[in-house]
Design a protein around this ligand. Structure first.
Ligand code: AMP
Length: 495
């Protein structure tokens, strides 16, 4: 059996999930809550294949409701920071029939609900009980035993167009990825993982939460996490590891001037993933935490992890994302032919954690597979020992602290402003975020940068709103007349 409900592998009385200053739930209780969620959902008509959207900040609900929804149907977790327009798109795109929301909260998602959707409010109360409105008492006994091939989770990835691609992750994909992560970091029931990445993304959900459950350890889920709160929480829960993208790591580093401060006593390692970790940051982190910092490489289509640097005595190299972790990795040419060590090409992956294909998107599928390799859109090189270095991206994405943003989506929003004739968004380097969103626009009347940012804020979540909008006479074009985002960025920033 390889479904997500079978991943709760801790001893009944061990703590599976803990909120600092809040509830602690044992494995028995989490199992009961997941089963209860599944039964209540089934009693409300949630059937296999149905899409259950949910928009929760990090919380026990984000985990329990995900597992419950995935047990009887397909969970579609969404970023609660989306605007109403974004929610409307995701509800329509996933074909969501049900929506789970925290009671009385999440106005943007609530306003976006369309008449054919059913809104369910659910929370876990302070005494650890599930409260679900419209749920009555469960009358149907859901099988809660989905097939390995069933889609547990649907997420989106930004593509080259403004329309994100739908990624269906099957139970078997998630189970394989979790097993790879547990094996690679030798996770056990003694591990305590501090989950500071969002649970509506594979990084937080699969690496921090599900992998810990599968090893019988404890996941600590701070509510409303901010890097400022890291050290007090670390002192309280003494994690054995935690994973984040480089931006939170940098902010956490800045919040303590001492090496090995209280809270680091039980750490075994720290993991960095989802964006490039600068070797200098890695060195500072190793000094501060006093443990190995292991950079990993993940993507939604691979149910998260593809490679990672190993624990000692294995070698870890700054600037490398390590070796394949239960995943075959090759650097390939456009036809999917493997290149020799040292050559630069596109990173291709194969493995049971990798999606069979995007949903309802033959074009993307044709472009994403070659010679049975899934093409990641990342450019890299392998050394003779199988260590991968990422050198750049073939796909046009802006990576803001691990959040991927499709520039085309920003162009389209800007171009909806009545004064904007043409818009081109691009990433610019940023010391903490890695990259930040900027855009160049051509306008045909009086309008300011602030006006355009306010316009963007109406439809785009805050992290996508360009921090700089350059008003230009013409969009710079390459000598062959093409609009290339990198070239636009160079030209605009030079002025
Ligand atoms: P996502 O689907 O949001 O997890 O994004 C996946 C993408 O994040 C990858 O295809 C890479 O472009 C990028 N990424 C993930 N891990 C790293 C890393 N360690 N270094 C550089 N880029 C990374």
């Amino acid at each position: 059996m390889a479904n997500v409900t079978s991943l709760l592998r801790g001893a009944d009385d061990d703590v599976a999930l803990r909120v600092p200053g809040g509830v602690s739930l044992t494995y028995r209780r989490v199992g009961e809550l997941v089963a209860e969620t599944a039964e209540r959902l089934a009693s409300l008509g949630v059937a296999p294949g149905a899409r259950v959207a949910m928009a929760y900040p990090n919380s026990p609900e984000a985990i329990v409701l995900f597992l419950g929804a995935a047990a009887v149907a397909t969970a579609c977790p969404l970023n609660p920071a989306y605007t109403e327009t974004e929610f409307r798109f995701y509800f329509e795109d996933t074909g969501a029939e049900f929506l789970l929301l925290p009671p009385g909260d999440a106005a943007a998602a609530r306003n976006a609900v369309h008449p054919t959707m059913r809104l369910l409010e659910a929370r876990i109360a302070g005494d650890g009980r599930l409260q679900m409105t419209n749920g009555a008492s469960a009358t149907v006994h859901a099988s809660a035993d989905p097939a390995d091939d069933d889609v547990a989770l649907v997420l989106h990835t930004s593509g080259t167009t403004s329309r994100p691609k739908r990624v269906p992750l099957r139970h078997r994909n998630l189970a394989a990825s979790v097993a790879n992560i547990v094996a690679h970091y030798q996770l056990t029931s003694r591990d305590v993982s501090l989950c500071i990445m969002p649970l509506f993304h594979v990084h937080g959900l699969v690496a921090s939460a599900l992998a810990t459950f599968a090893s019988g350890g404890t996941v600590v889920v701070p509510e409303k996490f901010a890097p400022l709160g890291f050290w007090p929480i670390a002192r309280e829960v003494r994690p054995t590891w935690f994973s984040a993208s480089p931006t939170p790591h940098q902010l956490i580093l800045m919040r303590s001037q001492d090496d090995r401060p209280p809270g680091t006593e039980r750490l075994r390692f720290v993991r960095s993933c989802s964006a490039a970790l600068a070797p200098a940051t890695m060195a500072s982190m190793e000094r501060r935490f006093g443990v190995p910092v292991l950079e990993a490489y993940g993507m939604t289509e691979a149910s998260h992890q593809m490679s990672s640097n190993p624990l000692p005595p294995g070698q870890r190299y700054p600037g490398s994302v390590g070796i394949g972790t239960g995943v075959q990795i090759a650097v390939v040419d456009d036809h999917g032919r493997s290149l020799l060590p040292g050559a630069i090409g596109q990173v291709g992956i194969r493995g049971p954690n990798v999606i069979d294909g995007y949903e309802n998107n033959p074009e993307a599928n044709a472009a994403s597979f070659a010679n049975r390799w899934f093409l990641t859109g990342d450019q890299g090189t392998l050394d003779a020992d199988g260590y991968l270095r990422l050198l750049g991206r073939i796909k046009e994405l802006i990576n803001r602290g691990g959040e991927k943003i499709a520039p085309r989506e920003i162009d389209e929003v800007l171009e909806q402003h009545p004064r904007v004739k043409e818009a081109v968004a691009f990433g610019v380097p940023h010391p903490t975020w890695g990259e930040e969103v900027a855009a160049a626009v051509v306008v045909d009347g009086p309008v300011t940068e602030k006006d355009l940012q306010a316009h963007c804020r109406q439809t785009l979540a805050d992290y996508k709103v360009p921090r700089h909008i350059y008003i230009v006479h013409a969009i710079p074009r390459t000598p062959t007349g093409k609009v290339q985002r990198r070239f636009v960025a160079e030209q605009v920033l030079r002025k």
